[in-house]
Every structure is written in C-alpha cells, then in structure tokens.
Write a protein that binds this ligand. Structure first.
Ligand SMILES: [Zn+2]
Length: 332
C-alpha cells in the first residue's frame, strides 16, 4: 500500500542547499504568464535542435560503428558539406525561411528536423505546466527543480523514441548514463532512496521475464534488451508505478496504433519488415546477415513490425506530466 503521495522527502537538506545561493522566488509571479511559456517553448526547441544532432549521429552506421560525436564537426549539409551558418540554425524559423532547403546547394531537408524541434518545444511547455501546477510542490524552487527534471526526461524520451523509430535500437550509450542520472534526480525530487532502485530493477526484470517466456514458447531470440534498459531508466525516476504505467499504457497505445496502421495500410515495406523477415528465416541466416538484431521488443501484427520503445516512451511521458493525478496502489 504505497502511493507516490506517501513518499516523504528525506533529502530536503539537499534541496535547500541547491537553491540557497540564489532565491528565484521573485520569478514565481510570472510563472503563468504566456511570455514565460513562450520562452520555455523556445528553450525546448533549442534542445530539440540539439536532439536532432543526437538522433542523427549517435546510432552506429557502417562508416562509424560506434556512432559519432555530437560536438564535432559542426552542423553541415549532408550533400554539399557546407557548414550551417549560425543565423540559419535558429529553431523552427530557419527551417521556414529557408523553406527546408540548404542555403548553399538547395537540397531539401526532411521535415523530421522540424517535427523534432517542435516536439521539443511542446514537451518543454508541458513540463513547465506540469511543474508549475504540481499539487505537492509548495515553493517555487521546488517547481523549478521539478521542471528541470521533467524537461530532462522529455529530452531523453525524444531522442530514444526517434532513434528507435529509425533504427529499432535503444542505445546503451544513452540508457546506461540515464539510469544513474534519473536515479539521482529522483532523490532531488525527494523520493526515498530505494524507490528508484526498485523501479529500475523491476523495469529491467519484467522485460527479461517476458523475453525468457517468449523464448521458451517460440524457441526464438526475437528481442534485444533495449526495452528492458529503457524501462530501467523509467523505473529509476518513477519507481515501479512508472514502470507499470509505461508497460500497460505502452501496450494499449501500441495496439491501437498497430491496428490503425494495418487498417490504414500506411506502413510500407522497409527496414523493419526486412529485419522481421530475417528473424523468421531462422537463426543460421540471421547470424550470417549484417543486419543488427532489433534491440527491442517488436509488435508484429501480420506483416507489420513496430518498435515497442516509442510506445513505452509515450506512456512514460504521459505519466511524467500527469502523475499527481494517477493513484496506483497495491492492495492485499
Ligand atoms: Zn547543401
């Protein structure tokens, strides 16, 4: 019988020390002003812009098996290699005034860049709303800390989602440090020390259990551990409650979208289906192939394969924004 509301903050001293240097209470008066929201959304678009770089450079490719640095080289056109000028690197507006084309060679960039930037803005705006209206935060400093945690988590969710959509991969490079970071942030939020540890272990363990069961039934190694590591990160911040919401919420969202995709016939054949075909053809052929084994559980409904990660991520994001209004309890 445990609800989030019952978790008492034993790390109060940490919070006080964190913000005792500069009190930001004066800002509380403008917290709900639309200009503040506009600023936060702009901040989110800047992070979304950086997210694009991570999404594009971190996954392994043939040329760069370990992925690439997000710092060097500077952003450039993929076709003519011309560097993006600082004044053309302004979120959203640059894309619009250049009409999505390279200033130098006029190659069209994918609207995906715009979508990720805009999503960054929307998620930061929602994170601000959630933190500023959180019923259990009493001071403005607590709300600010809440915003930093929620915004950080939405950035994590954004890049994991799009990398998984592109490559069916959830990178250790992202999940390993994130487990540590978000466990630390759960302490800053005032959760008891074991809450995040239990959550991370539960999140990882439940996928391993499902995977073992699946293997026992189908004698096939269809899944990687990417989803387990993603759930470990979710659990590190939100405990077992967050894991449950991500798992069940993700399954529901996934089923609805999967069925809609089949009915709409919107999903064309492509990399995901090729990977599924490889898996179906048996282990011997899979071992010969250079195709990486999908690093996550896939929804395979008919011939349509979807990564599970984005659905877990979407449900975890919903929990982050709305968790004060959830009540998840164990009953005897
Ligand atoms: Zn170009």
């Amino acid at each position: 019988m445990l609800s989030l509301g019952q978790l008492r903050p034993p790390y109060q001293w940490f919070r006080i020390h964190l913000f005792s240097v500069t009190s930001l209470e004066a800002l509380a008066t403008v917290a709900h002003h639309w200009l503040t929201y506009a600023f936060v959304v702009f901040l989110g678009m800047l992070w979304g812009s950086f997210g694009n770089v991570c999404i594009y450079r971190w996954p392994p490719t043939d040329e760069f098996p370990k992925g690439r640095s997000v710092v060097t080289p500077p952003s450039h056109c993929f076709v003519c290699k011309a560097n993006v000028k600082w004044y053309d690197n302004f979120p959203l507006l640059s894309y619009l005034w250049l009409r999505g084309k390279c200033r130098n060679c006029k190659t069209e960039f994918s609207p995906r860049y715009l979508i990720v930037e805009a999503l960054g803005g929307v998620l930061f705006g929602l994170a601000w709303w959630a933190a500023m209206n959180h019923p259990e935060f009493t001071t403005f400093n607590e709300r600010l800390i809440g915003f930093v945690v929620y915004a950080g988590f939405s950035f994590f969710i954004l890049i994991v989602t799009f990398i998984d959509l592109d490559h069916m991969l959830i990178l250790d490079l992202i999940t390993y440090p994130s487990v540590v970071i978000f466990y630390g942030l759960s302490l800053v939020l005032g959760h008891v020390w074991w809450h995040g540890l239990v959550g991370a272990a539960f999140g990882y363990g439940i996928i391993v259990a499902i995977r073992t069961l699946y293997y026992a039934m189908r004698k096939q190694e269809g899944m990687g551990l990417g989803d387990a590591k993603l759930l470990a990160v979710i659990g590190a911040l939100w405990g077992w409650q967050g894991v449950m919401v991500a798992l069940f919420g993700g399954s529901i969202i996934g089923s609805v979208i999967g069925i809609a995709a089949i009915i709409g016939g919107k999903l064309r054949g492509g990399a995901p289906n090729d990977q599924e075909a490889t898996a179906d053809a048996g282990d011997a052929e899979a071992a010969d192939s250079d195709e990486p084994v999908p690093d996550g559980m896939n929804f395979a409904i008919g011939s349509v394969a979807l990564p599970f990660g984005p659905f877990l991520a979407a449900a975890a994001m919903a929990y982050t924004l709305l968790h004060p209004y959830f009540s998840i309890q164990l009953r005897h």
